[in-house]
Design a protein around this ligand. Structure first.
Ligand SMILES: [Zn+2]
Length: 495
């Protein structure tokens, strides 16, 4: 009797105890490494634009909630926008000096897709566990063709400028045997993880139309796009629109996708026509996309093929429109000829794009934002490597009201992710704030965000970026760079 009584008392007690353990263990399981609390979460893919708390665990977004979330660390971000981290499809800066400026501009993934790299496997290995933000690259067409020409010993440490873009090599044409060798090299680069084929066509005038058609066939057989700096920027026939038509024709004929790099500097005053051509091609089933950087000047090396021949007439600019990057001086006929002869790899800033053209491209539906920036030379360079994304959000969204915040963020997040995800499944979890996505997150103040980098002082961090997370780790915290942390991961074809 007594024992039965005791058992009856014991049973509810055990139940209470069991319930306690059950709840406390589930509470433990539901805890997060980090919660971003009270921010205005904008996810361009789903259209979410509301105050939410975000729970992060093991580098992933695991919960998005209206309710309070418990975590080891909570960071209050009320009054700030919480966006997917920005994805830059055109970033030549692939080292941690460049990465620091990119992160401070809200970028969590920076990819070298235009000129590409070689050898691809070795390049990825060189960045492993060392990168501040996520990294990736295409296989370089210009180096692949130089190798196919047997202009470069295969065991030689390759230099893009000296070995592939120098006038004597870049002007050579490939015969049929060399075209086959080039295709093999490109195929291997994609197998090694290259995110497509990177083509600086304007820098290799020896590449005939047949060569580029072959290259597109290689891209199609590997199911990857071609990222291309089009053949000419010219107002004189064959002009910039004909350069774009070559790419559209190759995409249509092979089925490989085209991504047109920097439509602003590819087209200058012809950009409105070229955007109509791209829209029309898309409507008619061609897989083609483009990007723009928010500046009226380009940046390239003075030895480039685009400065050969009657370039002033072709591009519609003159010597004084060129600025020698190292000194800031405007060029004359004499200094232009001197530098082109003596320091052909030296960089010049080229002022030739009208502001209204740049603005039209930024606000055009479907045009992505990409920097083309980051090759810093003795601490000078084009400001786009430091200010592109904050400049769009501050100058064009807030000040000029040229496009909505949501539309601008889509151009920096989901649109670039969509461009890559069909062959790079990792990108399905980037460019989004959703459950299961990688915790690549940029937190900024929409009322103060602005670029500070200028042509006079390019290495200036953007303002208004409060926090940046890469795979769940802070690389920018409270507006300051977090040093000695390298959470950046490789973005590779097929992974
Ligand atoms: Zn380019």
């Amino acid at each position: 009797m007594t024992r039965l009584f005791e058992a009856k008392l014991l049973l509810p007690g055990l139940l209470v105890l069991a319930t306690f353990f059950l709840f406390s263990s589930s509470a433990y399981a539901a805890s997060f490494d980090l919660v971003l609390e009270g921010g205005r979460v904008i996810d361009p893919e789903s259209g979410l634009d509301a105050v939410r708390n975000i729970g992060i665990k093991n580098g992933k977004i695991v919960k998005i909630s209206r309710h309070e979330l418990k975590a080891k660390r909570t960071v209050n971000v009320s009054g700030l926008v919480v966006s997917p981290g920005f994805i830059d499809l055109h970033a030549h800066g692939q080292n941690n000096i460049a990465n620091d400026f990119q992160a401070r501009d809200g970028v969590t993934t920076a990819l070298e897709l235009e000129l590409g790299v070689y050898p691809v496997g070795k390049w990825y290995a060189s960045r492993k566990n060392k990168a501040i933000i996520n990294y990736g690259a295409t296989v370089s067409h210009s180096i692949s063709r130089a190798l196919a020409l047997h202009e470069v010993p295969p065991d030689h440490e390759l230099d893009l400028f000296k070995d592939a873009l120098a006038p004597d090599i870049s002007r050579k044409e490939l015969d049929d045997a060399a075209l086959l060798r080039m295709t093999d090299i490109l195929n291997q680069g994609v197998i090694d993880g290259g995110l497509g084929i990177g083509v600086g066509l304007a820098y290799v005038p020896g590449a005939r139309r047949k060569e580029i058609f072959h290259l597109y066939q290689a891209a199609k057989s590997n199911s990857v796009p071609v990222f291309v700096h089009a053949r000419v920027t010219s107002v004189v026939e064959p002009d910039s629109t004909s350069a774009l038509q070559e790419l559209i024709a190759n995409s249509a004929a092979t089925g490989a996708a085209t991504h047109v790099c920097h439509i602003g500097s590819a087209g200058g005053v012809q950009v409105p026509t070229m955007l109509k051509m791209i829209d029309g091609a898309r409507k008619n089933g061609v897989d083609i996309s483009t990007e723009v950087y928010p500046y009226t000047a380009a940046h390239t090396f003075i030895g480039a093929a685009i400065f050969a021949g009657d370039w002033r007439k072709n591009i519609g600019m003159d010597y004084h429109d060129l600025q020698w990057t190292l000194s800031g001086e405007r060029l004359t006929e004499d200094t232009f000829n001197k530098y082109r002869k003596e320091k052909s790899e030296g960089m010049v800033i080229a002022y030739f794009m009208p502001e209204h053209i740049v603005a039209a491209a930024i606000s055009h539906p479907g045009v992505m934002i990409a920097s083309d920036g980051g090759r810093w030379e003795n601490n000078v360079g084009h400001p786009r490597g430091a200010g592109t994304f904050a400049r769009v959000l501050g100058r064009y969204v807030r000040e000029q009201k040229l496009l909505s915040l949501q539309d601008a963020l889509a151009k920096m997040t989901i649109l670039p992710a969509l461009r890559l995800q069909s062959y790079t499944p990792m990108m399905l979890n980037k460019g989004r704030i959703k459950k299961g996505a990688d915790a690549d997150i940029t937190v900024f103040d929409p009322l103060t965000i602005i670029d500070k980098a200028s042509f006079e002082k390019p290495m200036q961090y953007s303002k208004g970026i409060h926090h940046v997370l890469v795979n769940g780790e802070f690389v920018v915290r409270d507006g300051e760079s977090v040093r000695n942390t390298f959470p950046g991961k490789a973005i590779q074809n097929g992974k």
